[in-house]
Design a protein around this ligand. Sequence first.
Ligand code: G
Ligand code: G
Ligand code: MN
Ligand code: NA
Length: 248
Amino acid sequence: FEVERELREAIANNQLELYLQSQQLSNGEVVGVEVLVRWNHPTKGIVSPGVFIPIAEMSDLIVDLGRWILRAALQVLKHLPGQQTLAINISPRQFRKYDFVYQIEREVVKAGVDASRLILEVTENLLVDDVDDVVAKMKALQKSGVQFSIDDFGTGYSSLSYLSQLPLHELKIDQSFVQGIGEEEKEQLVETVIAMGNNLNLRVVAEGVETKQQVEFLSACSAQVVCQGYYFAKPIPASEYLANQSQQ
Ligand code: G
Ligand code: G
Ligand code: MN
Ligand code: NA
């Protein structure tokens, strides 16, 4: 696999770059960021993770890639102001590794960051099989303070009974629902997920927020809902994000 070889070189040659997208309350107050990785390919330019993550996931390459991202992201977390959180996407194959808990704990300790500001985003499909293993790992990491978020919530196959067994901190409403704001059925779904999240004491993040109308609908559902999307900010290189922060 040509791309796989190139991707190994990319890790070794620092061609991967972390981008950050801010997450804010509807009044604009920033509460955290999501890390979105990019590949600065020497000839192809910027390659999207939507292209290379699935390739990395076909082998244990995702484990090395995941470790690189985690290390780089924890260095970013050190420089985020106040109590802002930092969210990282975790691939199922990475999560499934027997030493996943140890890997995360070790890197957190090495970086010297407050684990409770680290959020690991997993998708519902991780919960489709071997739920016991998933629950055990999440509970172990929760003891260290690490938080968990369900990404793309509403698009997967997890059951509510499994979700209720998990030590979760956050739900991220999938952007397809947010972009449906304006249509009655989608609005009802968004409203229902926000109400459920509030009842379960979870932080609710709406993804893919692009318009003022969407922000107004979301904030009318709940003043605590966190918005992430182009309306507020695009993902930008972490170096740029941190430079902007220090100017404020
Ligand atoms: O940033 P978008 O920007 O294009 O991301 C595309 C997809 O890649 C999303 O599904 C996102 O969750 C995933 N992704 C982005 N960064 C990472 C990462 O660091 N690790 C993993 N596993 N997935 C990522
Ligand atoms: O799968 P995950 O939810 O981690 O990935 C989020 C994806 O959504 C990334 O590809 C990110 O670049 C993209 N994204 C972030 N904000 C917006 C937005 O406002 N609109 C759209 N269409 N995509 C967005
Ligand atoms: Mn995500
Ligand atoms: Na998502």
